[in-house]
Design a binder for this molecule. Structure first.
Ligand SMILES: [Zn+2]
Ligand SMILES: [Zn+2]
Length: 233
């Protein structure tokens, strides 16, 4: 089945690729905010949930711009696949976990370095500050950022998938995992009460929003522990 999907991405009319990219990204956006709303509805009475940031018109506009940019990045990725810059290999179940963890580890490291750099330089004021207008989060927080930051993340993904040739399922699984991790990181509390010394949970990134000097990591706390920027709460 993986081969059929890749062949389709190679052969489909480019206008269809554009439509799929936009529809897919806006559908994921809709599912994300629905998930956020349902979780908050279910847990509101059970937990002392943190106050939420109000939904602002400017944030809706910014989120829509970023979802559109995600679609453009996806189209660019498919174009690179067509011209052979990104190679999609056949699925090998024995290699799948190694490749998935390899992508995760590499993105985690590159994102930590870049996240740390934007906080420690003039770039914070010009780019990253937009995402940190949320000391408290809401359903849009994950998607609200300076558009250049979004492009930067897209470039990292393209670099990683160029360096590590993956099958289409690893790519899809990673993108789904990344979205889920992003949602859980901005939901405002530790939804699954998950605790692990090396893997981040819902509170890890929330603590970064409360205190911009700590917890720069994404999926793991390895780099924060190494660079002594990790704090539990
Ligand atoms: Zn930050
Ligand atoms: Zn955030």
């Amino acid at each position: 089945m993986g081969r059929e999907i890749v062949d389709y991405l190679h052969q489909a009319d480019f206008s269809v690729v554009v439509q799929i990219a936009f529809l897919g990204n806006f559908l994921l956006f809709f599912l994300s905010i629905t998930f956020y709303a349902v979780v908050h509805y279910l847990y509101n009475s059970k937990q002392e949930l943190v106050e939420r940031h109000p939904i602002l018109k400017a944030d809706i506009g910014n989120a829509i711009l970023n979802i559109s940019l995600n679609a453009v990045i996806a189209i660019a990725g498919i174009y690179m696949l067509r011209i052979g810059w990104i190679k999609i290999v056949d699925l090998d179940w024995m290699v799948f976990p190694i490749k998935f963890l390899g992508v995760l580890f590499l993105v985690d490291f590159l994102m930590f370095i870049l996240h740390w750099l934007v906080h420690k330089s003039f770039l914070y004021r010009y780019f990253h500050y937009r995402h940190h207008t949320f000391e408290r989060t809401n359903a849009l927080s994950l998607f609200v950022m300076h558009p250049l930051e979004n492009v930067m993340f897209g470039v990292i993904l393209v670099i990683v998938f160029t360096l590590i040739s993956c099958d289409i399922f690893t790519v899809g699984f990673y993108l789904g995992f990344n979205l889920l991790w992003g949602i859980l990181g901005h939901i405002g509390f530790n939804l699954f009460e998950f605790k692990n010394r090396w893997i981040t949970n819902g509170l890890f990134h929330m603590n970064h929003h409360h205190d911009i000097h700590i917890n720069f990591g994404f999926y793991t706390s390895i780099w924060d522990r190494l660079f002594k920027t990790h704090r539990e709460s």
